[in-house]
Design a protein around this ligand. Structure first.
Ligand SMILES: Cc1cc2nc3c(=O)[nH]c(=O)nc-3n(C[C@H](O)[C@H](O)[C@H](O)COP(=O)(O)O)c2cc1C
Ligand code: SF4
Ligand code: SF4
Ligand code: SF4
Ligand code: FES
Length: 617
């Protein structure tokens, strides 16, 4: 292999690609060639680095310098200064929100410093389209071990001893699931990788498939040997074209290298996989619905038992696991169950990948050891809340998760603690909310999502979620009545207990958890007709403080419906009858002036007659 003095690792995950990573890569290659450095410096496209919000990202190895938010125009300077003169460019580095000094090295950046990588271990460091790079970092070693040195029982015993639990939501012990399938007599048996990932805001599975597709394939071959399956399916939603493309390349190269297909590594074991594209409905991710979808039917869940391990795809024993679960398997087999079980808590082992989004400084993909305190994720890795606002809650577990409030920031992140707190691990979505978030509005948002995604097969879910959404919408609109909270709670428990699948059984969680921690906010909407976070449109109004307004015209220009009257250097006023409460004036008024205020529980001031309008200078 040829040696290069530097490697430029250009992140080519979906996030960075959408903000121009391929243009940056082309510009880098061109500039490097123009400067005659092509023999010395290699440009590599990698999978998602995790810090997507800072894209396009380039990591310079071996210096470990992390460049972010690059544009094509930055490239000549970067090549000239860093690669020719050896002077890294501070201006293009990451600077923490509360600081003015950049942090040059990736390993020193808070976002990366507290993470522990198993599933994402190859992120940003290998080209996912080159099987050689995966192999160079111990890839397929675990598979070789499983195929040549271990019996199926030993593989399952190792996975069971590691304590690995499913990362797709329910947290079922993986070894136990495989064992149930292995013990079934019927043949053939099948394997499925669940890459549906329907939670809004979640992109963990997509990133794993884009950044390290071979890890998933390797995990599947190991399980195939354990349960004696010869065919596997990887179900990915069609909205993930890059993940599909990279996985397709990975499957083809693994076949060429004799690592997939017939007689793998000359061991006499045959196993192959194919990709199935899903149309992208949330309910398709539920395992029995997903199986129906692969069979060519409508993706509707069915009653369990029988579980897929007993009767799955085409009625045959089937093992279905999540993308992240599969990606954990090679490391466990290679490094041993004890190593994996040494990480995490008593009942939640290993790490978990979260997509950290919302009102947080550092949004992106993070992998942390189980048991880490929520506070560490929000404040250390996430860098706290932007614009000096206060933390209010974090929604964990996607649309069927729950909101954890400030008082519980010390909570350890593991399956049991999250469930006790009224949330759930789910697939790993984490949405951070600040003080400007209304919890009634949030509960309504998630409930509307699950209601729209309900397949309609069973009445409690189909009708119950609709009724709950109607009551919530009424409360948010200021039309809530005494007794609504109790009605919501009763309905929530009926939907939970009476629904056929996990969608209905968990859909009320956002409502129940916000009622548990933010009941006063619901009461304020119903009893006082106020929205304490000043979000619900029917309960707020905007007003201009005549003492503060300097007549700069900014709000007037921003107003989309001409509801603001005013002249230069004269106090402006809002016509409440015309105002659609979009908030553009509030945003437009300079912070240091702060003349526009959001009110709740009182109407904005009436129009000030022209004659009494003060001149401001
Ligand atoms: C409505 C609904 C949506 C789901 N979506 C997904 C999904 O997108 N990905 C996933 O892996 N599991 C999803 N699940 C969980 C699967 O049914 C199943 O438990 C999981 O794929 C098993 O893999 P694991 O044991 O590795 O977690 C969903 C469940 C429900 C009820
Ligand atoms: S709970 Fe909802 S999504 Fe699940 S089967 Fe019933 S109607 Fe369909
Ligand atoms: S809230 Fe929107 S519509 Fe109302 S006055 Fe301000 S800019 Fe105009
Ligand atoms: S932006 Fe603020 S200061 Fe300027 S005219 Fe509007 S209310 Fe007055
Ligand atoms: S896509 Fe580049 S960091 Fe995620």
């Amino acid at each position: 292999m040829k040696h290069h003095r530097a490697h430029l690792l250009v992140c080519a995950g979906t996030g960075c690609v959408s903000c121009g990573a391929f243009d940056v890569k082309t510009a880098l290659k061109k500039e490097i060639e123009r400067r005659g450095l092509a023999d010395e410096i290699l440009v590599v496209a990698t999978g998602c680095n995790g810090f997507c919000e800072k894209g396009p990202i380039v990591l310079v190895r071996p210096d470990d310098i992390f460049y972010q938010r690059l544009s094509v125009d930055d490239i000549p300077l970067l090549v000239e200064e860093h690669l020719i003169k050896g002077r890294p460019v501070a201006r293009l580095m990451y600077t923490p929100p509360a600081d003015t000094k950049p942090v040059p090295k990736m390993a020193d950046i808070e976002f990366f410093r507290h993470q522990r990588l198993i599933v994402l271990r190859n992120r940003g460091r290998i080209d996912p389209e080159k099987i050689e790079e995966y192999i160079a970092y111990d890839g397929y070693q675990a598979m070789a071990k499983a195929l040549t040195e271990m019996t199926p029982e030993e593989i399952i015993a190792e996975i069971s001893a590691s304590g690995l639990r499913g990362r797709g939501g329910a947290g079922f012990p993986t070894g136990k699931k495989w064992d149930l399938c292995r013990k079934e007599k019927a043949s053939p048996k099948y394997l499925i990788c669940n890459g549906d990932e329907g939670d809004p805001g979640a992109f963990m599975d997509r990133s794993v498939l884009e950044a390290d597709p071979h890890a998933v394939l390797e995990g599947m071959v190991i399980a195939a040997r354990a349960i004696s399956a010869a065919r596997g399916f990887i179900y990915i939603r069609n909205e993930y074209p890059l993940a599909i493309q990279r996985l397709d390349i990975a499957i083809r190269s693994a076949r060429e290298f004799g690592l997939l297909g017939e007689n793998i590594l000359g061991s006499g074991f045959d196993f192959d996989v194919e990709i199935v594209r899903g149309a992208g409905a949330f309910v398709s991710g539920e395992e029995t619905a997903l199986i129906a979808s692969i069979e060519g039917q409508r993706a509707a869940p069915r009653q369990r038992p029988p579980y897929p391990a007993q009767s799955g795809l085409w009625g045959q024993p089937t093992t279905i696991n999540n993308v992240e679960t599969w990606a954990n398997v090679p490391s466990i087999i290679r490094r041993g169950a004890a190593w994996f079980a040494g990480l995490g808590t008593e009942t939640s082992k290993g790490t978990k990948v979260f997509s950290l989004v919302g009102k947080i400084n550092n949004t992106g993909l993070v992998e942390v050891p189980m048991g880490i305190r929520l506070d560490e994720i929000v404040n250390n890795i996430g860098g706290g809340i932007p614009n000096g606002r206060k933390f209010k809650a974090v929604q964990i577990g996607g649309p069927s998760g729950g909101c954890i409030p400030t008082e519980l920031l010390d909570l350890p992140v593991d399956y049991e603690s999250l469930t006790r707190a009224g949330a759930m691990m789910g697939s790993g979505g984490m949405i951070v909310m600040d003080e400007d978030t209304c919890m009634v509005d949030i509960a309504l948002y998630f409930l509307r999502f699950t209601q729209e995604e309900s397949c309609g097969k069973c009445a409690p879910c189909r009708i119950g979620t609709r009724r709950m959404a109607e009551i919530l919408a009424g409360i948010a609109a200021g039309e809530g009545r005494p007794g609504d909270i109790e009605k919501l709670e009763e309905l929530a428990w009926t939907v939970k207990r009476g629904s056929l699948c996990g969608l209905g059984q968990t859909a009320p969680n956002p409502v129940l958890s916000t009622l548990r921690y933010f009941r006063d906010e619901y009461r304020a909407h119903i009893e006082d007709k106020t929205c304490p976070a000043r979000v619900c449109k029917n309960l707020i109004s905007f007003a201009i403080d005549p003492e503060k307004c300097v007549g700069c015209l900014l709000c007037l220009k921003a107003c989309p419906v001409n509801a603001i009257a005013g002249e230069r250097k004269k106090v402006h006023v809002i016509d409440q009858a015309l105002c659609i409460k979009c908030g553009a004036c509030f945003t437009a008024c300079p912070v240091k002036i702060g003349a526009v205020s959001k009110l709740t529980g009182e109407k904005g001031r009436a129009l000030v007659p022209e004659a009494t309008r003060a001149t401001t200078s």
